[in-house]
Structure formats: structure tokens, C-alpha cells
Design a protein around this ligand. Structure first.
Ligand code: HEM
Length: 434
């Protein structure tokens, strides 16, 4: 078959909003049900078709085996306005050298060193929540605050307390829901504050030892030229890490509690293992010590992956597991669709954390699950996010019992990330004296 014939063999399914606006995911779900794991949609704004691929073989080809044949695709220009040319949006040599420079900061040991501060922040949160005294509250707001605190502590270390002492200048990240131009402008205004901190550290770099992400960026040297990162690049990387690291984790935790609280047997198992653990294990939660909490998080990430769409553009003509694309073609992979693909997930819509017991996970394609993406451009923050989510669930489950306020209609809203359309109300009961 010719390339053209092969392209035509991929069914064409309606129009796609190339801005990936609010209804896009609902439309993708509809078309996936009609056409399966390979279809095209016409994007009037672009004047061409976009491929929507959802088979694990497509995932493997696009993100892992043939990743070098693709760059990031539609939507990335908008992200660039918000985040500049940091790790999420950069390409080629710049991306490679930045990834190499930043990767050590997410090494297991560096992440483990942050866990005591993460647990302490969650202990404070548990105290606040338990103090609600049975009154309904918006858990999402607490989650947004705590995930912001954690990523800022990872970035600024001890300087965090100084930066937020009077008024948290980063509060706009939790106060503003929209990620529009107005927000981009407000975020960029934080550049001055960041620059002052960079200058301060460069000036006294021999006397004070900082062990945080900002210092990793300041100390990084290009492998070939020996040059440091420019201040502008450092600022772009910091904004990228704050935005990419905070909202995704907050959404994932909100979905986790929504699902856990709605499944009393899972909730009871999560609480029981948190209570049975030793203080030492609770102080440094590890996935193998808290399997119920870990699996509940993994399953929430399957059903509601905050990064609901990954976009790529072909740099050259190639065939993606049988789907021929031309140079310049855009491709969407939605983890939401892949995670609910009926050929790879039994009873895919059901919340069932036992899918992640090792025996069941071992017989599944590892390309059927990608909440953090896969391949070289996979999430650099995954170790931090997982440590953070586990510490949060274990600490809260030990200290409180969370209940969903009955009668709420909970729907998803797929924008920059997949989050609940409106606030989800919970009540809490303290489990021991706080
Ligand atoms: C539950 C939490 C998180 C989820 C679900 C998530 C999801 C993702 C996904 C799906 C990608 C890949 C995008 C693509 O292939 O196009 C990604 C990339 C990225 N994430 Fe995360 N993320 C989370 C937490 C974090 C955290 C905590 C940080 C940092 C503090 C972070 C920083 C980044 C960065 C910088 C990239 C771009 C990496 C690159 O292209 O080299 N993320 N994330």
C-alpha cells in the first residue's frame, strides 16, 4: 500500500480543537469508543489532520524506540509563553544538556533526604484538617498549598522559609486557577525575586552550602564549554519545575482521596497499614512498606492521569507501529485513553488497586501505563512526586479518616492538567489525639 493509502486507512473522526480546550478529552473519548486506538481528527485551526494513537505499541514507538524522530507538538508554543525555554519545552542539544544537569537533583538519595521535611509538612496539614471538626472543607485547596510548599522547599531549601516569611510571593500559583496570558505575566514578575536570590547565592557561594535544586542549577557547568547556565535559563527551569511539579501532584492526590474515600474497603486497608507501621517506617515511607497506599496512588494515576495528553510532531516521515506519518504531522497520545484501553485493562473504568500487585503488573505491557510519560522525555520529577504522594497518603491516613460529603457530582476537567471540575468537599475525623 502507498503512504497515502496507509494514511487513508486510518479512520478520520471529526474535528479537533488544536488549542486542546476544555472539551477535547471528552471528544477523544467519544472517538476512541467509535474508532479504536488509531484515528485522525481534522484540526481546522492548523488546516491539517492530527493522529490520535492509543495502542501500547504506538506508545513504545513514539516515546521510547523512535523518540529521536519526534519533537514536542501542538500546544507547546502556549506552554513556552508560560514557562519559557525550560526542560518541558526545550529541544535538541539544549534539552539534552539541561536534562543532564538537572537529573542528579532527582536522584533517589537526594529525594530521600527531603522526605522528613515532606512528612513534617503533612503532619501540620493533618493537624489543620483534623481541626476542621467534621465541617466540610475543600481538600483540593489544602493539596495545592502543600504540593506548592514541597516543590518550593525542593527548589530553595532553607531559603524557602525566608522567601515566604512575610507573604508567599508564589501564592498566585494556588490562588489563580487559569493558566492564561495574565497568569504568565504575573508569574514572570517573580523573575526579579528569583534573580535577587541567584545574585545573592553567586555572591556568597563559598561560605554557605545549599543542597537544593536552585543550587544544582547555579553550579551546573556545560560538559563541553565549561560555561555556567545563564540566569535566564535558570529562571526558566525554576518556573518549569514549580508549575510542572505542583499542580500535577495536587490533582493526583485529590483524585486519590476521592477514589479511596469512595471505596471503604481500600480506605480501611490504607489506614490499617499506616497504623500498623513503625514510627521509623512512617517517618520515611517506602512503597514496599505501604503497598495499599502505593497501589491506590498508582490506580488513581491510571484513572485520572494529570498529564492527560502528550503531543509530538514528526521530524521525518516514519511508521508508528503501522501508522505512516509525514514530516510535520502531529500526533496525540492520551494516557487517559491508553489507561482505559479495554484490550489491556479488564473492567477498565473500575477503581481496582490490586491491578498493581506485582503478579498482575508483570503480565501487562509496560507501555499500557504512562502517567509520567515514558522514554527520555519522561517526567524528571517522578521520584519526588511518588515520594511526596506516598508520604502524604500515609501521614494523613494515620492521623485522620476522610469522608466524601455525600451527593456531590464529581466530573473531570481536562485543561493544563486533569483536575476535578469543581471542588470536592470532604469531612475528616481525627484518628488519634492531635
Ligand atoms: C503526579 C505528579 C506528576 C505527573 C503526573 C507528571 C507527569 C508528567 C508527564 C506525563 C511528563 C511527560 C510529558 C511528555 O512526554 O510530553 C512530565 C514531564 C516533566 N515533568 Fe512531571 N509530572 C508530575 C510531577 C512532577 C514534578 C514533582 C516535577 C518537578 C518538580 C515535574 C517536572 C517535570 C518536567 C521538568 C518534565 C519535562 C521533562 C523533560 O522533557 O525532560 N513533574 N511530567
Amino acid at each position: 500500500m502507498t503512504t497515502l493509502a496507509l494514511r487513508r486507512a486510518v479512520p478520520r473522526a471529526g474535528d479537533l480543537d488544536a488549542a486542546l480546550g476544555g472539551d477535547t478529552l471528552a471528544e477523544l473519548v467519544r472517538q476512541f469508543k467509535l474508532h479504536g486506538d488509531a484515528f485522525r481528527m481534522h484540526a481546522p485551526l492548523l488546516g491539517r489532520d492530527v493522529f490520535v494513537l492509543s495502542h501500547p505499541d504506538h506508545v513504545r514507538h513514539l516515546l521510547v524506540d523512535q523518540h529521536a524522530r519526534f519533537e514536542k507538538g501542538i500546544g507547546i508554543e502556549r506552554v513556552r509563553i508560560l514557562l519559557g525555554n525550560g526542560l518541558m519545552t526545550s529541544e535538541g542539544t539544549l534539552w539534552r544538556s539541561q536534562r543532564k544537569a538537572i537529573q542528579p537533583a532527582f536522584h533517589r538519595l537526594r529525594v530521600e533526604a527531603q522526605v522528613p521535611a515532606i512528612v513534617a509538612a503533612n503532619e501540620r496539614l493533618a493537624t489543620r484538617i483534623a481541626a476542621a471538626g467534621g465541617e466540610p472543607f475543600d481538600l483540593g485547596r489544602h493539596l495545592s498549598d502543600i504540593t506548592l510548599e514541597i516543590v518550593l522547599r525542593a527548589l530553595f531549601g532553607g531559603t524557602y522559609d525566608v522567601l515566604v516569611a512575610r507573604d508567599n510571593p508564589f501564592a498566585l500559583l494556588t490562588d489563580e486557577a487559569e493558566r492564561d496570558l495574565k497568569f504568565a505575566y504575573a508569574l514572570r514578575k517573580l523573575g526579579g525575586l528569583l534573580q535577587a536570590e541567584i545574585d545573592r547565592r553567586r555572591a556568597q557561594r563559598d561560605t554557605t552550602r545549599h543542597d537544593d535544586l536552585l543550587q544544582t542549577l547555579i553550579d551546573a557547568r556545560d560538559r563541553h564549554s565549561g560555561e555556567p547556565m545563564s540566569d535566564r535559563q535558570i529562571r526558566d527551569e525554576v518556573f518549569t519545575l514549580v508549575v510542572a511539579g505542583h499542580e500535577t501532584t495536587a490533582s493526583a492526590l485529590c483524585w486519590t482521596w476521592y477514589l479511596v474515600a469512595g471505596h471503604p474497603a481500600v480506605a480501611a486497608a490504607v489506614r490499617a497499614e499506616a497504623s500498623a507501621a513503625s514510627d521509623a517506617d512512617r517517618a520515611r515511607p517506602a512503597a514496599d512498606r505501604f503497598p495499599h497506599a502505593y497501589r491506590a496512588i498508582a490506580e488513581a494515576l491510571r484513572l485520572y492521569p494529570p498529564g492527560w495528553v502528550l503531543t509530538r510532531r514528526a521530524l521525518e516521515a516514519t511508521s508508528i507501529a503501522g501508522v505512516d506519518v509525514e514530516r510535520g504531522d502531529d500526533i496525540l497520545v492520551s494516557p487517559f485513553l491508553v489507561h482505559r484501553h479495554p484490550a489491556f485493562w479488564d473492567d477498565a473504568e473500575a477503581f481496582d488497586p490490586t491491578r498493581f500487585v506485582p503478579e498482575r503488573a508483570a503480565v501487562r505491557s509496560r507501555f499500557a501505563y504512562l502517567p509520567f510519560g515514558l522514554g527520555p522525555r519522561a517526567c524528571i520529577g517522578e521520584p519526588l512526586a511518588l515520594a511526596e504522594m506516598l508520604a502524604h497518603v500515609v501521614t494523613l491516613a494515620h492521623r485522620c479518616e476522610l469522608f466524601l460529603v455525600p451527593g456531590q457530582r464529581v466530573e473531570w476537567d481536562a485543561r493544563v492538567n486533569l483536575r476535578p471540575r469543581s471542588t470536592i468537599q470532604f469531612t475528616a475525623a481525627a484518628r488519634r489525639a492531635t
